[in-house]
Design a protein around this ligand. Structure first.
Ligand SMILES: Cc1ncc(C[n+]2csc(CCOP(=O)(O)OP(=O)(O)O)c2C)c(N)n1
Ligand code: SF4
Length: 290
């Protein structure tokens, strides 16, 4: 967990001069508020936080949230975030990207960051479409979804991000609706306090292009895992809950303590001092290969 300061940090401290440009009613507003409120309650001032953004409506949060920010490439938030965490392990490192970005082009990075158990908090704004490009089917679009690229209905099975994260090795896995700010804030706080790879898949309404997975649609189907006597430390139970399809469980599915990638590398000053004594054998290499 990053070092927290004693002073309080008001939510307004994370505002920039830019105003969000999302459509009125977009779930990204709730996610933006959820992140700022969580950082504020954790007393993590902007200089202790780095957020790497993907490309898309979700990634456009980059200009409206004050902290270290990196508006990266589509699908490439995690390599940048991994590097930032290695360079400065004291920072709380988050990624914010859409489902198209994170599970499509970024899918491979997702699996391996989970496997490494890098201490990164991945927030995926899952609106089940590529929205900035005006509504094409994404890896989480349901079978039958009508979109610009699937005018006769999606024929491919969707990915299950929560199940994938559990299987790939993530040590904190949650699903939260964008329209439940209290649950969102608490879950982001728990994820940041957790050492290791955290995935929060946010059910985010896209009021402009996704007329199927609306707030009302979700409200008819979701239930809170807290009300289901779910044991978050039990992997089999977590996976069984992740595979439910009739109803949509929300909350924390899985949490386990396992050393993070950064801990295993031992980035402590003592370890670095030891490394300084290692002299790379350039001369030997030259003799061999040049
Ligand atoms: C490498 C690369 N591929 C594709 C694009 C085009 N592109 C920009 S935004 C976007 C859609 C983003 O969708 P998603 O990640 O789901 O985020 P949303 O807009 O829904 O928040 C795409 C395909 C790009 N900018 N760069
Ligand atoms: S197109 Fe959809 S995801 Fe993008 S800002 Fe509008 S409502 Fe939000």
């Amino acid at each position: 967990m990053p070092t927290q300061t004693k002073q309080t940090t008001p939510v307004e401290a994370y505002n920039t001069q830019a105003k969000p440009t999302w459509c009125p009613g977009c779930g990204d507003f709730g996610i933006w508020m959820g992140i700022k409120s969580a950082l504020s309650e954790l007393n993590l001032p902007p200089h202790m936080v780095a957020i790497v953004y993907g490309i898309g409506c979700a990634g456009n949060m980059a200009s409206t949230l004050k902290c270290y920010g990196f508006h990266s490439l589509h699908g490439r938030t995690l390599p940048v975030a991994t590097g930032i965490k290695l360079a400065n392990p004291k920072l709380a490192v988050l990624t914010v990207a859409g489902d198209g970005d994170f599970y499509g082009e970024g899918g491979n990075h997702f699996l391996h960051a989970a496997r490494y158990n890098s201490d990164i908090n991945a927030i995926v704004c899952d609106n089940r479409l590529f929205s900035l490009t005006t509504g094409q089917a994404s890896p989480t679009s349901a079978v039958g979804m009508i979109s610009k690229t699937t005018p006769f209905g999606e024929i491919k099975e969707p990915l299950n991000p929560v199940a994938l994260a559990i299987i790939a090795g993530a040590t904190f896995v949650a699903r939260v609706p964008a329209f439940d700010p209290a649950l969102l804030k608490e879950t982001i706080k728990q994820a940041i306090n957790h050492k290791g790879f955290a995935l929060i898949n946010v059910l985010q309404q896209c009021v402009t292009f996704n007329k199927t997975n609306t707030v009302e649609w979700y409200k008819e189907r979701i239930y809170n895992l807290n009300d289901a006597k779910h044991d978050i430390n039990n992997k089999e139970q977590a996976l069984a809950k992740a595979l439910e399809t009739e109803k949509i469980p929300v909350g924390v599915f899985y949490k386990v303590e396992r050393p993070s990638y950064e801990e295993k590398l031992d980035l402590s000053p003592a370890a670095s001092a030891k490394d300084e004594k290692i002299v790379f054998p350039w001369a030997e290499l030259k003799k061999e290969f040049i």
